[in-house]
Design a protein. Sequence first.
Length: 295
Amino acid sequence: MISRSRWTTELKWLTFLLPALVFYLGFYLVPTLGSAYYSFTEWDGITSKFIGLANYKEMLHDRMIITSFRNTVMYTVCITVLQNLIGLLFAMLLVRKFRGVNAMRTLLFMPYIFSTLLIGYVWGFILEPNIGVVNNVLDAIGLDAWKMGWLSDPGSARWMIVLVTIWQCMGYSMVIYIAGLQGIPKDLYESGDLDGAIGWRRFVHITFPLVAPAFTINIVLCLIGNLQLFNQIYALTGGGPGYATESVATMIYQLGFGSSIRWGYGSALSVTLFVCILLITSVLVTFLRKREVEM
């Protein structure tokens, strides 16, 4: 039988967890289940009509949805790869002890603590074609031919979203990599030096295998965040010009709160995004965990 003291302890834990549980059920689980149901309906916020898989079938032929998925894949791959490469590079440089290292770490990490929307609006001003800093600097140094509407051209606008996101988030990846690098015993490097493992060979055979857990964490977090990329796009381009820079997350917002409100269709898109994130991250985590063991 369970003792009375244990029941008391369990009750205390339940009391502590109850507010968080209520919050989770009320603001996450119930809306998620509701969204899954409404994805099978034509819903205007008041009345709903069950239409089965019609919303999902429509997505397969909707050019705007296809464009948003294509953009999301581009954002996710480019930002995840470049953010981790740059973050790891800075981590390897700043894991060493020298004067000013803490200040440099702080400066690189600082953009991450600011509001993403604020960062986006500031960069939107910097990239503005007429009074923006970038074009004015190019004009001042005689590179007038390089001036352009950085956020009005579809190609450059996508890359500006990628670069601004990397600039803001690379410090976060750097901190995780620094923590991983600091956990590598110095004895291994000394043994590697004796065996001739220096330079690139040291990185391949010692550093990278032992920093694998930090690599897994960074890749998974970057992937999940970038698949849901919204704030940077909303602040910099609003999804424009036209729908050229829309992501799946911004399309969900447009369908829910834009000019043509279709909440059932938007719910179907959000469920599709959720399933994609779940499948991709599950496969990726399994692969990366396996790689950690093999290394």
